[in-house]
Design a protein around this ligand. Sequence first.
Ligand SMILES: *[C@@H]1O[C@H](CO)[C@@H](O)[C@H](O)[C@H]1NC(C)=O
Ligand SMILES: *[C@@H]1O[C@H](CO)[C@@H](O)[C@H](O)[C@H]1NC(C)=O
Ligand SMILES: *[C@@H]1O[C@H](CO)[C@@H](O)[C@H](O)[C@H]1NC(C)=O
Ligand SMILES: *[C@@H]1O[C@H](CO)[C@@H](O)[C@H](O)[C@H]1NC(C)=O
Ligand SMILES: *[C@@H]1O[C@H](CO)[C@@H](O)[C@H](O)[C@H]1NC(C)=O
Ligand SMILES: *[C@@H]1O[C@H](CO)[C@@H](O)[C@H](O)[C@H]1NC(C)=O
Length: 352
Amino acid sequence: MLLLKILLASTVVGSAVATTCDNLTTTDYNNLTVALVRAPPPGFPLPLLNRNYTGLNFDLNATVTDAEAFIEEAAQNGANLIVFPELWFPGYPVGNNPKWIVDHVEEYIDNSMTVPGPHWSRLLAAAKTNNIYLALAFSERTAESIYMAQAIISNYGEVLLHRQKVRPSGGERDIWSDGTMEGLRVIDTPYGRWGILECWEHFRPTEVFPLLAQAEHIHIAAAPYTPDAKDPNALSWETLEVNAGAVRTYAVNAGAVTIWAGVGYSAVYGADGIETAEMLASVPFTTPMLYNSINTTSFNRSKTYNVNGEQSWGVLKQIEDAWPYYIPKVIGTFVLKKQNLISDLLQYNITA
Ligand SMILES: *[C@@H]1O[C@H](CO)[C@@H](O)[C@H](O)[C@H]1NC(C)=O
Ligand SMILES: *[C@@H]1O[C@H](CO)[C@@H](O)[C@H](O)[C@H]1NC(C)=O
Ligand SMILES: *[C@@H]1O[C@H](CO)[C@@H](O)[C@H](O)[C@H]1NC(C)=O
Ligand SMILES: *[C@@H]1O[C@H](CO)[C@@H](O)[C@H](O)[C@H]1NC(C)=O
Ligand SMILES: *[C@@H]1O[C@H](CO)[C@@H](O)[C@H](O)[C@H]1NC(C)=O
Ligand SMILES: *[C@@H]1O[C@H](CO)[C@@H](O)[C@H](O)[C@H]1NC(C)=O
């Protein structure tokens, strides 16, 4: 069995359809079935957009237990990839509520995941046991800080990609520290080239341009939570309208099938930006996942970039060359890496 797995791992990477070994044909790499988690983690304030956190607590261990159940359920329903919403582990403070943060920051840090660590190990094991890829999004704790992290785990439980959000958005940047650019990598899988971003990164040239340049086939987008259209309780930046605008634009620019998981609303957009599947936030969470099967037959496996494309070095140079003469060419404070120390967060020295 071990030998077979090694054989599988070494034979299939980078090839569209496996035909050389008698049991490889059991996996159809031309059919990627995805499961998008839309149920909230334990302790998430409900109904959606209810900002009352009284008596609610995020719990990483309970969240990982729920994740294990969803991973198993998704695999049993034929999914090859399961995608979790942004900061699903252990949960996104809805509205990034400052009151909640001040009251719960220590508990939140305690419930952020370490890599490696016991909860991380449970998730890798669940991927392997259930033979399914994972796209994770979690609050990651290091010795000094917490980060908004994402990871892609293979069906063998290997870490294919581990990244931290380059520049958390808005008030997030007062809590979670900035990540690095190295994580903006597209990975090769037997189902095609995958890239991953979270939430408002889809608006940002810093994150979008390098990823688009790498010619993804499948783009994975993680949102924290998304209500249905025209929800009167949603702030502008939380609305489906604004966020779908960014994600659909991304799909068109990438020419990539784009899958979008958020607590509440989840969707799949074709490479042309047209929606192929969606589940509304108003659907009860007793339906925890949206399933969709993607036909990967037409993916051009040899295309990894396009020097003649819109997201190319030539275009980057053109933007630099055309920089308006009256705007100083200086590197402002915005791009400086911001780090929030846990020791400061614990004293509520949140530099708003
Ligand atoms: C191929 O794999 C399937 C599923 O793991 C197994 O049930 C089957 O017996 C295998 N077939 C051969 C010929 O090894
Ligand atoms: C918030 O929730 C708590 C616990 O469920 C409840 O006692 C309280 O009345 C709620 N506050 C508001 C403003 O709804
Ligand atoms: C963590 O979850 C596991 C699985 O549900 C459970 O066995 C264990 O007791 C939990 N640990 C803590 C500290 O709650
Ligand atoms: C793709 O896989 C899913 C899950 O196993 C299955 O339900 C679906 O029928 C498959 N589609 C095709 C076209 O084979
Ligand atoms: C998958 O796409 C290919 C190429 O576009 C097409 O020929 C084939 O019929 C599609 N398969 C299914 C099951 O729709
Ligand atoms: C696939 O991509 C390669 C590399 O960019 C290109 O040379 C080739 O023409 C493409 N094939 C198709 C069918 O578009």
